[in-house]
Design a binder for this molecule. Structure first.
Ligand code: UD1
Length: 432
């Protein structure tokens, strides 16, 4: 199995370009199923989740053509809802967006239950509630089977979400785009990728207003037409390189970003003593000296993103003093701390709260990426630790980070992919 081998201790210097947003791309690809024309998607991140979703589209009969590494052309005019590649669907979380797009276009949907990272129970009741309100019956077994009651199109409705859910907000928005009449989604999530999905659908002829606020109005249209759309930069990928620079020290210009989307991350890093300068499409991160402790509570946007919690957790682990994380979105998102304890991270977890006592330095060890962002945190820990770190199960990381190894190498990090059965990582003498 391939692993990352990281010799820690190098400061990071240079420039890193951020790719398109994963969580926007993984909704836009399923939404493209509803487009009655050729849809060109630019700034598509080259990650395994987008590759999987494009394969699923092909299994439904779509024609998919990569025009270059980050531009895809998708033609779903002859696609259907039946006989998807269910094995692939089961592997990723975002396959639930096909429920919305199949129902919107065909009035009937069949997908598997979604996969994705395991942060405890991840129910889909709000998705189901939304589809029910729009007039579909939904049966959930190992599969999700949905059908418009009485046939025909979905009907616009008022949906009040009991919980602020990114996935449910986007799924209902997708389905409602082709429903008859007006849908109102209240208590909607406000993440940048929600605005991006709305902009994508609108550029194909949908009529969606209010995305980015907690009240989204969708006036259903009969058809979506083809067009070209460029995905926004990835907030979490940018934040990951910012946190890595904070932890390793150095100076990095993070380019192709929307600085406003990074406000919550920049603010926390500044509290830790890091300099973050904003430019129109980039941020400069400078970290010198020891980081200061900080407290973080993860919340839906514009709060601090739960998907940045493990990465900032690593920075806290080498800060001066004791930091506290309160996880406000998931029940169980601290598994990575068990792995990081092998590297000297001192943390105590009680339910949704983790108390992290800063240590002088981390030490290289063999750790396993237990999910996507946990894997990113382990890479950061390896980069700032003394000695060699081996990160296993890197397929999790490749789900969401384009060219992570090359990007860190360009910043001066000593990281590479190895394919050796065993490495004496624990016995390597400390360095740096
Ligand atoms: C999406 C992101 C994920 C991110 C999360 C929160 C994708 C593919 N994944 O996940 O990276 O961590 O947003 O920013 O975009 N919930 C319910 N019922 C539901 C739906 C959600 O109770 O029907 C709960 C969840 O268990 C969780 C909370 O609501 O506790 C937020 O989940 P949600 O925003 O829906 O996350 P995802 O869309 O799964």
């Amino acid at each position: 199995m391939e692993k990352y081998r990281i010799q820690g201790g190098n400061r990071l210097h240079g420039e890193v370009e951020i790719s398109g947003a994963k969580n926007a791309a993984v909704a836009i690809i399923p939404a493209a199923l509803m487009v009655d024309g050729i849809c060109r998607i630019e700034n598509l991140p080259q990650i395994s989740d987008t590759v999987t979703l494009l394969h699923i589209l092909e299994s439904l009969g779509a024609r998919v053509r990569m025009l270059n590494l980050s531009t895809v052309e998708v033609d779903c005019r002859r696609a259907t809802w039946e006989n998807a590649d269910y094995d692939r669907m089961r592997k990723i979380r975002a396959s639930y967006y096909f429920v919305g797009s199949m129902l919107g276009r065909f009035g009937v949907a069949r997908t598997t239950m979604p996969g994705g990272c395991n942060f405890g129970v991840r129910p889909i009741d709000q998705h189901v509630k939304g589809m029910n309100a729009l007039g579909a019956d939904v049966e959930v077994t190992d599969f999700i089977d949905a059908r418009v009651r009485g046939g025909g199109r979905l009907k616009g409705a008022y949906v009040y979400l009991d919980k602020v859910s990114v996935g449910a907000t986007m799924n209902i928005m997708i389905a409602a785009a082709l429903a008859e009449g007006r849908t109102v989604i209240e208590n909607a999530a406000r993440e940048p990728h929600i605005v991006d999905l709305a902009n994508f659908l609108n550029s194909m002829g949908a009529d969606i207003r209010g995305a980015g606020t907690d009240s989204i109005k969708v006036n259903g249209v009969e058809k979506l037409h083809g067009g070209t759309y460029a995905i926004i930069p990835d907030q979490i990928e940018a934040g990951t390189y910012m946190a890595a620079t904070a932890a390793c020290g150095g100076e990095v210009l993070v380019t192709n970003v929307i600085p406003k989307h990074l406000d919550c991350i920049s603010a926390k890093l500044r509290e830790m003593g890091v300099t973050v300068e904003e430019y129109p499409e980039s941020v400069l991160v400078r970290s010198t000296g020891r980081l200061r402790k900080v407290n973080v509570k993860t919340l839906p946007y514009p709060g601090f993103p739960t998907d940045m919690q493990p990465q900032i957790g690593v920075a806290m682990s080498i800060a001066q003093g004791t930091s506290v994380i309160t996880e406000g979105v998931y029940d169980n998102r601290y598994k990575y701390l068990n792995q990081l304890s092998k590297m000297g991270v001192r943390a105590q977890v009680d339910g949704r709260v983790a108390v992290i006592e800063g240590v002088d330095h981390l030490t290289g060890a063999t750790v396993a990426a237990c999910d996507l962002r946990a894997g990113a945190a382990m890479v950061i820990a390896g980069l700032c630790a003394r000695g060699v770190t081996m990160v296993e199960d890197i397929f999790y990381i490749e789900r969401g980070y384009q060219n992570l190894v090359e990007k860190f190498q360009a910043l001066g990090a000593d990281i590479r992919i190895v394919d050796e059965p065993e490495e004496p990582a624990q016995r390597t003498p400390a360095a740096g």
